[in-house]
Design a binder for this molecule. Sequence first.
Ligand code: GLV
Ligand code: MN
Ligand code: MN
Ligand code: MN
Length: 427
Amino acid sequence: QSSGFCGLQSDELIVDSFRLQQQIDELASFSDSSAPSVTRILYSEADVRARRYIKDLMDSSGLIVREDGVGNIFGRWEGSDSMAPAIATGSHTDAIPFSGKYDGVVGVLGAIEAINALNRTGFKPRRSLEVIMFTSEEPTRFGISCLGSRLLAGLPNMKSSLERVVDKDNISFPDAAAIAGYEFALETLLEVPLKEDTYAAFVELHIEQGPILEEEGIAIGIVTAIAAPASLKVDFRGDGGHAGAVLMPSRNDAGLAAAELALAVEKHVLETQSADTVGTTGVLELYPGAVNSIPSAAHIEIDIRDIDEQRRNSVIQHIKVSASEIATRRHVHLDFQIVTQDPPAASSQKIVKAIESASQQLGLTSKHMISRAYHDSLFMARVSPMGMIFIPCYRGYSHRPDEFASREDLSNGIKVLALSLLALSSD
Ligand code: GLV
Ligand code: MN
Ligand code: MN
Ligand code: MN
């Protein structure tokens, strides 16, 4: 018994990784691109089907399911002390265009399986346990990352942003939400933020999305901090015109302004001489997009991250200065918007310890690491002590179709999650 973990022998904990893999594969079939890639954008039909799938699974695992006005989904296992702040875990199931099956999904399906595994041992939680499926961790549709968890954390100005945003087809946020069955998404926004002390802990299981664990042959990554992300939207507008008839000196080509800015982003990032600073121009759209037409408009979206928030902010300032310098020199109109600019988050020591002990109890190697990707945990950290469990993924691939995590690694992660939830809920 002395090796027991809060009264549970670790070999009593059994994860059904075959069934989990079937679920991962089934969820991947709800997609707007063909296999092996997955595309599941906020409030699309594929997203709605994924939501239904998760709610059904929660329900068959005996969880009490509820959903808020924007579609954050909660499955609750009522603890014996139902008034005590609960322990939550979860992630997202939306997927960026042409990505893979594991990002986010592992933290939702894996959480449900962790609950099932605990349930099978006969364990009864003291604090209630909740699995959360967050709405739109990915910024694809409306440019706002971690939408559901941002709202849960009660970030200011969200209502006014959501009243204004439209997607690339000019569909507004409330219209998109209504199509997915969330008719009152804007009206109920005030009810979404979590009440104080709703959760005593939030733990997210996720694939690493980087190569370190696999390279070093380590089973579990214990996240100590999440790097600070930011995103920018820039539009340049010129006069366009005929690609043959307008001579070079008379042009103000919006596309070339955008191309220059993309290179300036890389330059400003490299100038920091810090390996921790990264910048990406992942969207570059030209209008009207015809080979024989000078681009009259260019839209670009830029992602900047760093573990050092000040340094990240100073890169953004440099990019902004370059954008106006380019616009002036090329005689194009500039619209520069900082869409999100979030601080980093630190994990709770107590949750780090719980994950460490759980890994030890299971005989799994682990190491502390920083998450350079962002997660809903970044925002949950504002309203709850937070921690994250990483598992290795093939070559560190993520946000691409060949993203992969082995059943063994998945199973390890789920066991560590289950034991961590057990310890935190008993505390
Ligand atoms: C979101 O998935 C991100 O980290 O970019
Ligand atoms: Mn992602
Ligand atoms: Mn993710
Ligand atoms: Mn992410």
